[in-house]
Design a protein around this ligand. Structure first.
Ligand code: T4K
Length: 414
């Protein structure tokens, strides 16, 4: 590399901070020997699926950890959402945020239920309970809030609004396994909750999910519906689907659970390093965990204020990518701006000002057991360096590319 490129950002031709990409969501792996032993057992017994012993053990462990009577393990979180909302006879319209992974909305739309997008609270990331009443109609059949990033939404207020309108609540807690709200584990709220154990989640079963509930009748119905509606060999009592978790997935899930304290501790240390490295950086706000609660620390989320940093979110994403830091713009541009919702409700954004504002400035950064504290320190050091010369970096990038997303919001000039 020539002398004049030394010390340059990689996007301007310098050497990348990392030789290989660091991603958001690289799977945490537990003890391989324990996993292999479990897989041997599966092969020895030749029970591969259909609620074998490992799936039952996994369900028991999850229910115990969460403190609920029932856990029904599923092939993934999306199907878990579809089955539980179907079992509850959700129909017509369900109120849910747009600030979520597309699976939340799709799980409804797949059943021809309209997701009615509710804005998030000002300054927050979660469903605004104060907005729910504006969206309730005679066609509303339920509420599907999301415990985004593993941080609980305003559960008490949502439950009280839902109670007022007699609407059942299912929480999408795909991110929130191992977290608590006011001391009680997430999973025990509403009529039911759904977890994801996808490879990218801090506890994973390769693919996987679960419905957890204290409602005995609902649990029974969900269990039947995930197995084609079969009650016994020759009798089908509900419409159903195949939503089963396999034994090998449960083997991974159980092995992953055994390392849960180590995963959480690793994530916590990375989070602390991000907090220490970013707290004085102007224009960056790290979304903090409430450490009085149980937290899984699995998402590192920052808000970037381009008026202060002079660098837009899209620019920062590209700067980081050039350094081999694969940050993500979860969940940009919002479900309401993706198909089919964009076509169905082209003006939905007008009712979602807080969501739209937030989505323009959120970035998720790499963490998990494949990312070390030393690497986090390099990431935060780099972000601080970019922002220190934000104005010139921003201008230079704009000169290199006229991308619309590289333009600073005109409101910043005011
Ligand atoms: N509700 C909410 C709020 C959710 O966030 C999700 C899923 C669901 C419901 C539905 O749950 P599932 O049906 O998925 O169980 C990922 C995941 O696919 C998805 O599970 C997750 N949320 C969402 C937030 O993130 P992508 O498309 O952003 O991830 P992907 O596949 O690009 O993976 C991220 C990075 O992780 C990759 O760049 C590389 C690394 N990676 C990934 C996989 C799968 C690996 O290193 N190894 C791997 O095996 O969606």
């Amino acid at each position: 590399m020539s002398e004049d490129r030394k010390g340059q950002l990689a996007i301007f031709g310098g050497k990348p901070t990392f030789p290989k990409p660091l991603h958001v969501g690289v799977p945490n792996l537990g003890d391989r020997e324990r996993l292999y032993a479990r897989i041997d057992g599966i092969l020895d017994h030749r029970v591969l699926t259909n609620r074998g012993p490992l799936v039952m053990e996994f369900e028991e462990r999850i229910a115990d950890l969460v403190g609920v009577r029932h856990c029904i393990a599923m092939c993934n979180g999306t199907v878990a959402l579809e089955i539980v909302t179907r079992a509850l006879e959700f129909e017509h319209e369900v109120i849910t945020p747009s600030m979520t992974f597309i699976a939340t909305a799709h799980a409804l739309q797949w059943q021809r239920i309209t997701p009615v997008f509710c804005d998030i609270a000002p300054g927050g990331h979660h469903l605004d309970p104060a907005r729910i009443k504006d969206l309730v109609t005679p066609r509303s059949s339920g509420i599907l809030p999301v415990n985004l990033w593993g941080r609980p939404c305003n559960i008490d207020t949502i439950m009280s609004v839902a109670g007022h309108y007699e609407l059942p609540v299912v929480f999408d807690s795909a991110h929130a396994f191992g977290c608590s709200y006011k001391g009680k584990m997430i999973g025990g709220f509403g009529t039911a909750e759904v977890f994801s154990f996808h490879a990218t989640k801090f506890i994973n079963s390769f693919e996987g999910g679960a419905v957890v509930t204290d409602d005995d009748d609902l649990a029974e119905k969900v269990r039947l519906m995930q197995n084609f509606g079969f009650e016994g060999r020759d009798s089908v009592v509900h419409v159903g689907i195949n939503g089963k978790m396999t034994e090998i997935e449960a083997a991974m899930g159980l092995t992953s659970l055994e390392s849960m304290p180590a995963f959480v501790e690793h994530n916590r240390q990375n989070y602390a390093a991000y907090r220490d490295g970013l707290h004085r950086v102007p224009g960056i706000r790290l979304i903090e965990y409430d450490e009085r609660e149980h937290c899984n620390f699995q998402y590192i989320v920052i808000e970037l204020d381009e008026c202060i940093s002079s660098v837009t979110c899209a620019q920062m994403l590209d700067i980081l990518a050039a350094e081999n830091i694969d940050a993500r713009r979860y969940f940009y541009p919002g479900c309401h701006r993706m198909e089919p919702y964009r076509s169905y409700f082209p003006n939905a954004g007008m009712l979602l000002p807080n969501t739209e504002n937030l989505l323009g400035k959120v970035l998720t950064l790499p963490t998990g057991t494949s990312v070390s504290v030393e690497q986090v320190e390099k990431i935060t050091g780099l972000i601080a360096r970019v922002i220190e010369s934000g104005r010139s970096v921003g201008l230079r990038l704009r000169a290199m590319s006229g991308r619309r997303e590289y333009s600073i919001d005109s409101a910043c000039e005011a």
